[in-house]
Design a binder for this molecule. Structure first.
Ligand code: AMP
Ligand code: MG
Length: 407
């Protein structure tokens, strides 16, 4: 009897992944703003400046007092120039205006801006051709944020807009969660690197580059080991080495029940297996373990079939990564209508591959790829989403609404 859960549901696997990740949440660190893209905030961000910092112009034009505008054309006296980047303490009196550029502080007493295109200048006379509404083209101090406002929350992922928001507050460093360091292993006597000749029975290693791409897309800097042969001693010493040097060790292949699948026995003997085998398709043999005598690392052992690598990483692997970094917002999940009838004949939760498209009607549709074998890399490459089909056999008529995970 095993002392860990096995053949568990996807939902049960999610719960274990979340619990393991919370236990091992990465510590906070200070990070220079230019390196903060894609990182997860470890602390709330509060405004230290009001934004905009001062009343300023939203247009290139002329700053004026709205009360001076009559019913028809109005001619005002040009009393000065106010450009962005300096505060001249200009003041306008009745019947006066100043030239102003976008972002320049509004002179005292001015309350409205007329666009350059709607005015005609003749020496120091400005004729307003199209009268602006009261307060038009003025950006009010503090309308975006006041000092002390919570701008971002711990757990937010730093998108370019969020990094820019912090930059606008003058922040040169942010408090983020450390990213896990990641080692990547591929295993299998049959694997050969692209560029080298193949002998009968061998195949090229495609999972390494797939995994490296998936991990780099998350902003990680994974380190790939040379492919491991199906030899228990070699696998053990390599995994022990990585288990003592990295936060997360990802293996692929050798995690199922074949004679050459040595990973589960190794982790059962040396580590602490948290689950092995999830009732999902593809990706059933997935194993998650703590390193135990193999080191402090977490071990995420993915199946060898390339489509299983894709599906297990996008679902449970990324979930683990998000938990380790304390990510607050779940990944985008969409719903789409199936483009064809689909018969699901098996019990397991399925992540089928399909292609998304959205027509003029605004309805998102997904075309499932009929090549649904977990070795059918071409179908994965032709697709851009996983289609989630619930547990249990079922016929899905065309136009059924299904959940999709874009990738
Ligand atoms: P395994 O779980 O090791 O039995 O592998 C399952 C299937 O995936 C087998 O057909 C392997 O040849 C294939 N496979 C394993 N690792 C890789 C890899 N790195 N690249 C491509 N195919 C692989
Ligand atoms: Mg193998």
């Amino acid at each position: 009897m095993s002392d860990f859960p096995t053949r568990i549901t996807y939902a049960a696997a999610c719960e274990i992944v979340d619990a393991v990740a919370i236990d091992r949440q990465r510590p906070p660190e200070r990070c220079a703003l230019p390196r903060a893209h894609g990182r997860v905030l470890a602390a709330d961000v509060h405004a230290v400046l009001q934004q905009p910092p001062f009343d300023n112009s939203a247009m290139d034009g002329f700053a004026l007092r709205h009360a001076d505008l009559g019913d028809g054309d109005t001619t005002l006296e040009l009393a000065g120039e106010q450009f962005a980047g300096t505060a001249l303490d200009l003041h306008i009196g009745p019947g006066q205006c100043t030239r102003i550029t976008t972002g320049a502080p509004l002179p005292a007493a001015a309350d409205t801006v007329v666009m350059k295109e709607n005015a005609a200048v003749d020496a120091n006379r400005v004729r307003v051709l199209v009268a602006p509404g009261p307060g038009q083209h003025v950006r009010r101090a503090g309308e975006d944020s006041a000092v002390g406002d919570r701008l971002l929350q711990a757990g937010d992922v730093l998108s370019p807009s969020r990094v820019a928001l912090c930059a606008s507050q003058g922040m040169a460093e942010l408090e983020v969660r450390r990213r896990p360091t990641v080692a990547v292993f591929t295993t299998g006597d049959e694997l050969v690197e692209p560029g080298l000749p193949l002998r009968p029975g061998e195949i090229y290693n495609s999972n390494r580059e797939q995994l490296m791409g998936l991990l780099r897309a998350e902003g990680l800097e994974p380190v790939a080991w040379p492919t491991l042969p199906d030899d228990p001693g070699t696998i053990e010493s390599a995994l022990r080495h990585a288990g003592n040097a990295f936060d997360l060790v990802i293996t692929c292949g050798g995690v199922s029940a074949g004679e050459k699948d040595h990973v589960p026995a190794l982790l059962q003997a040396q580590g602490r297996v948290r689950f092995w085998k999830v009732r999902m398709k593809p990706g059933m043999p997935l194993l998650l373990a703590e390193g135990g005598r193999l080191g402090d690392a977490l071990f995420l052992c993915l199946p060898g079939n390339p489509v299983s690598v894709l599906a297990t990483w996008l679902t449970l692997g990324r979930r683990l990564l998000d938990g380790l970094q304390g990510r607050r917002e779940p990944r985008l999940r969409l719903h789409a209508r199936l483009g064809t009838d689909w018969h699901k004949g098996h019990e397991r939760l399925e992540f089928l591959r399909g292609r998304l498209h959205c027509g003029d009607d605004g309805v998102l549709r997904v075309e499932p790829n009929p090549a649904d074998g977990s070795h059918r890399m071409r179908a994965a490459a032709d697709s851009d989403a996983l289609i989630v089909l619930a547990e249990g056999p079922r016929d899905y008529p065309v136009d059924s609404v299904v959940e999709v995970l874009p990738y």
